[in-house]
Design a protein around this ligand. Structure first.
Ligand code: NAP
Length: 329
């Protein structure tokens, strides 16, 4: 099979198509003939050599989410059969014509979705479900602030949390990105280059603050995040793009009953991811099947142009997801 390989750590040009053996599914796994793979910021960290794949996943083939057709099943696979159209969260190896994945990490392609649309879903949807709903315990009627609102994660968070009954506020780096997030359903958008997000959140919420914050920025935003939480608020980290070490007045955490938490998805075990897949299918797939949520695909590249796709993501000029196409849908 053809795969896009990280030939050595470095710039986007290190990504090159090469021939690799087609993987064989182990018991409980399926082989997917990949039509489309989603790009994620973590693929860039892996390409640069800063984020090794977990044990068992290909080290030199990036890719955390795919959509395609099941072309073989391992022993004891119960739900899927050859020919089924699925999308899947994988631990690595998605930039390839074929990949293997535990069957529990597959979900059906939502009704009427292209493979490119379906490939845009797993990484952001699993991440948001776990961090915003399981760890952050966001409930209908509560409010959410998402930093990086125009990222793949940000747009999905706007869609999901709005559809499930929350007001979603976002930060982004340009007025255009803010306007785009408002079009996607955000209740308020803050250009962090020209506005103070803490002040704006106070004004959006009548001084109360938000119930949950999903943050990928880290230390730089930590004081502003604490000040932007309502009493009993929850701050959930999914990255620390601008600093890992922060100081906090612990008495504020106690007095205002705040929760600070976070997680990383990739290294979690298949049983955990399969449980999340079940919850995502129960809670969010009906919204996709009813077309109440439609993913935003910023641009689709042929897989051979993976380096160009990485350059676009690194430019941070995109809004929504970037996709690699392996075969015509
Ligand atoms: N923990 C987990 O399990 C998990 C899972 C998936 C993703 N993530 C994290 O979630 C974040 C979003 O992922 P994604 O794939 O949706 O990425 P993405 O589409 O590339 O979005 C990242 C956005 O962050 C903003 N940003 C702010 N400061 C930045 C900086 N110093 N460097 C780069 N971008 C910066 C940019 O928007 P502006 O131009 O508006 O600032 C950019 O569009 C990433 O940090 C990723 O690592 C974590």
């Amino acid at each position: 099979m053809k795969a896009i390989i990280i030939t050595q750590p470095g710039d986007p040009e290190v990504l090159k198509p090469e021939e690799r053996p087609t993987p064989i599914p182990s018991p409980g796994e399926v082989l997917i003939k990949v039509s489309a793979a989603g790009l994620n910021r973590l693929d860039i960290y892996q390409r640069k050599g800063n984020y090794p794949a977990p044990q068992g996943a290909p080290q030199d083939i990036p890719g955390l989410e795919v959509a395609g057709v099941i072309s073989a099943t391992g022993e004891n696979v119960e739900r899927w059969k050859v020919g089924d159209k699925v999308c899947a969260l994988i631990a690595g190896g998605g930039y390839a014509e074929y990949c293997v994945v535990p069957e529990g990490q597959c979900l059906p392609v939502p009704d009427g979705f292209t493979f490119e649309e379906a490939a845009s879903l797993p990484e952001t949807y699993f991440t948001i479900w776990y961090n915003v709903y399981r760890l952050g315990k966001l409930k209908a009627g509560e409010s959410l602030l998402v930093h990086g609102g125009s990222s793949g994660i940000g747009i999905s968070a706007i869609h999901i949390a709005t559809a499930l009954g929350s007001n979603v506020y976002i930060t982004a780096g340009t007025d255009e990105k803010c306007a785009f997030c408002l079009e996607q359903g955000a209740a308020g958008a803050i250009n962090y280059n020209t506005e103070d997000f803490t002040e704006k959140i106070k004004s959006f919420t009548g001084g109360r603050g938000v119930d949950v914050i999903l943050d990928m920025i880290g230390a730089k935003y930590f004081p502003g995040n604490i000040a932007s939480l309502a009493d009993d608020g929850r701050l959930v980290f999914i990255n620390t793009m601008q600093g890992r070490e922060a100081q906090v007045d612990l008495s504020v955490i106690m007095r205002r009953r705040l929760t600070i938490t976070g997680s990383t998805m990739r290294s979690r075990e298949p049983e955990f991811k399969s449980q999340l897949a079940y919850e995502v299918e129960q809670n969010i797939w009906p919204l996709l099947n009813a077309r109440k949520i439609k993913p935003v695909i910023h641009r689709v590249f042929d897989a051979a142009d993976a380096a160009e796709a990485h350059k676009l993501m690194e430019s941070s000029t995109h809004s929504g997801k970037i996709i690699l196409r392996f075969q015509a849908t």
